[in-house]
Ligand binder design. Structure first.
Ligand code: AMP
Ligand code: ZN
Length: 469
C-alpha cells in the first residue's frame, strides 16, 4: 500500500514496524459540545483506513484520545455551573453515539487526558532533565523549541518562516518565554479551574503533551502512523514530534496522514466560525450512513464542500448498492440450486477482477472515491447478469462480493435480519389499518412492497402470518 506521508511530502510504500501489525494514533475531539461533521471526517476516513488494513490481514492497534481538559470545556462548565468532568463525560457519551451511527468502530483504546496526568508529568520531567524544557517564575513549564533541531520538519517550515524572521529577539516579560515559538507543557491553575499537583505548580497540562504521552503508553516510542485533520500539522503535530523525539530519543511516527477540510461555501467548517452542522443535525435529515458515503465519495486529501445536492447524490448512490443487494437476495430466494453455467463462471471472474481493482484503488493512498466507482461497476454487473434463470450459487456469490467491498468501507448495505423483521411487522400493521379504513389501494400497495422483499402474507385464523419465499 502507498500512503502520502506529510513528513516527506511523498507517496511511500507502507512498511510496518512489526510484520502484519499496524500501530496507529488518531487525534480525537475536544469534548465540550456535540461533534460537527468536520470532526466526523477524520473519524470516518481513518476508521476506513483501519478497516481496510484489517481486511488486508493486519492486526491494527488503533488509539484515539478524547481531550477532556481544555479552556473550552472549562468555559462550558462555568456557563452551566457544573463540574468540567460533567461536560466532558456528557459529550464523550454523545460522541460515541454519533460514532455508532456513522459505523465508526470504537478504538482499541480511547484514552482521556485527565486519566494520563501522571504520564504527562513524567514526560515533562524528562524534557526538563534533558534541557528541552524550562520552568518560568510562575511555575509554567515551556518546551524549548531552539533545543530541537528538527523543529518545523513536519510542516516544512523553517524556524525563520515560523517566527517571521524574529528568532533572535527574546520574548521575555509576562509570559516568561525564552522564545516566541516555545509552547506550554504545564501551566498554573486559575480560579475555578480543575488542577493537579505537580513538581512545578498546581495546574494543568498544555494541549500537545497528552498525545505524546498516550501514544507512548499505548503504542510505544515509535509508531507506524499518526493521523488527524490537516489543521493539526502545525502547531499540534509539530509539537508532538518535538516532545516525543526529544524525550524518547527515537523517531515518533513513520507515516503522518492528514485529511483535508470539510468546507462549507469553501470555508473550513468550524465551531469558531459558526458555520457548522453537528452530526446530530444531519441525523435529523438523513440516515448517518449517507454521511459516511458522502465523506468517502471524495479522496481524503481533497477538500470537500458540504452541500445538499452532494448529500442527495450520496443517498442515491447508497440506495443503488442496497437495492442491488436486496434484489439479489430476492432472486436467490427463488433460484434453483444448480451447477454454475459457463457464463456465470465468466461473470464471477469479472467480479473477481473488480475486487482486485478495488484493492488497487485503496492501495493507492486510500482512494475511496475510485473504490466506490468499482463497487458501482460490480453492482452494474450483478444487475445485468443475475436474472430469473441464474443459479443460487452464482447470485449469492455476486451478493457476497458487493457486501464484502461495502463492508470494507464500513457501509452497511444489508439490513440486519432483526431490523428487517421489525420493518415487515410495521408494514403488516399499516396494511391492517389501511384495510380497516377501507383503503384497499394502500393495502395492495403494501402487499406488493412486501412481495418485492420476498415476503408473502397469509391470512390465517390467528391473524396475518408472513413468510419468506
Ligand atoms: P478538534 O476537536 O477541533 O480538536 O478536532 C478534532 C479533529 O477534527 C481533528 O483531527 C481536526 O483536525 C478535525 N477537524 C476539525 N474541523 C474539521 C474540518 N472542517 N474538516 C476536517 N477535519 C476537521
Ligand atoms: Zn493530538
Amino acid at each position: 500500500m502507498n500512503i502520502y506521508n506529510t513528513l516527506t511530502k511523498r507517496l511511500e510504500e507502507f512498511k510496518p514496524i512489526e510484520p502484519d501489525k499496524v500501530s496507529m494514533y488518531v487525534c480525537g475531539p475536544t469534548v465540550y459540545n456535540l461533534i460537527h461533521i468536520g470532526n466526523a471526517r477524520p473519524m470516518i476516513i481513518f476508521d476506513t483506513f483501519r478497516r481496510y488494513m484489517t481486511y488486508r490481514g493486519y492486526d491494527v492497534n488503533y488509539v484515539s484520545n478524547f481531550t477532556d481538559v481544555d479552556d473550552k470545556i472549562i468555559k462550558a462548565a462555568n456557563e452551566e455551573g457544573v463540574d468540567s468532568k460533567e461536560i466532558s463525560e456528557r459529550y464523550i457519551k454523545e460522541c460515541k453515539k454519533d460514532m455508532e451511527g456513522l459505523n465508526v468502530m470504537p478504538a482499541t483504546t480511547h484514552p482521556k487526558a485527565t486519566e494520563e496526568i501522571d504520564g504527562m508529568i513524567d514526560m515533562i520531567k524528562t524534557l526538563i532533565d534533558k534541557g528541552h524544557a524550562y520552568v518560568a517564575d510562575d511555575g509554567t513549564v515551556y518546551y524549548r523549541t531552539t533545543s530541537f533541531k528538527d523543529y518545523g520538519k513536519l510542516s516544512h517550515k523553517n524556524i525563520e518562516d515560523l517566527e517571521g524572521g524574529h528568532r533572535d529577539i527574546k520574548v521575555t516579560g509576562s509570559e516568561g518565554k525564552e522564545d516566541m515559538l516555545d509552547f506550554v507543557l504545564w501551566k498554573p491553575k486559575k480560579e475555578g479551574e480543575p488542577y493537579w499537583e505537580s513538581p512545578w505548580c498546581e495546574g494543568r497540562p498544555g494541549w500537545h503533551i497528552e498525545c505524546s504521552v498516550m501514544s507512548k503508553r499505548y503504542l510505544g516510542d515509535t509508531i507506524d502512523i499518526h493521523a488527524g485533520g490537516e489543521d493539526l500539522i502545525f502547531p499540534h503535530h509539530e509539537n508532538e514530534i518535538a516532545q516525543s523525539e526529544a524525550a524518547n530519543g527515537v523517531p515518533f511516527a513513520h507515516y503522518w496522514m492528514h485529511n483535508a477540510f470539510l468546507n462549507i461555501d469553501n470555508k473550513k467548517m468550524s465551531k469558531s466560525l459558526g458555520n457548522f452542522f453537528t452530526v446530530r443535525d444531519i441525523a435529523a435529515k438523513y440516515e448517518l450512513q449517507v454521511l459516511r458515503f458522502f465523506m468517502l465519495s471524495a479522496h481524503y486529501r481533497s477538500p470537500l464542500n458540504f452541500s445538499d445536492s452532494l448529500m442527495e447524490s450520496a443517498k442515491a448512490g447508497l440506495s443503488r448498492i442496497r437495492n442491488c443487494v436486496s434484489d439479489l437476495d430476492f432472486r436467490a430466494s427463488k433460484a434453483e440450486k444448480k451447477e454454475l453455467s459457463d457464463s456465470e463462471r465468466g461473470t464471477l471472474e469479472k467480479a473477481l477482477a473488480l475486487k482486485e481493482k478495488f484493492i488497487a484503488a485503496m492501495d493507492d493512498d486510500l482512494n475511496t472515491a475510485d473504490a466506490i466507482s468499482v463497487i458501482f461497476e460490480l453492482v452494474k454487473l450483478a444487475n445485468t447478469e443475475a436474472d430469473e434463470g441464474s443459479s443460487y450459487g452464482f447470485i449469492m456469490q455476486m451478493k457476497d462480493a458487493v457486501v464484502e467491498l461495502s463492508d470494507v468501507l464500513g457501509l452497511i448495505v444489508e439490513e440486519a435480519k432483526e431490523d428487517l423483521d421489525n420493518e415487515i411487522e410495521a408494514l403488516i400493521e399499516e396494511r391492517q389499518q389501511a384495510r380497516k379504513n377501507r383503503d384497499f389501494a394502500r393495502a395492495d400497495e403494501i402487499r406488493d412492497e412486501l412481495l418485492k422483499k420476498g415476503i408473502v402474507l397469509k391470512d390465517t385464523r390467528e391473524g396475518v402470518k408472513w413468510e419468506r419465499v
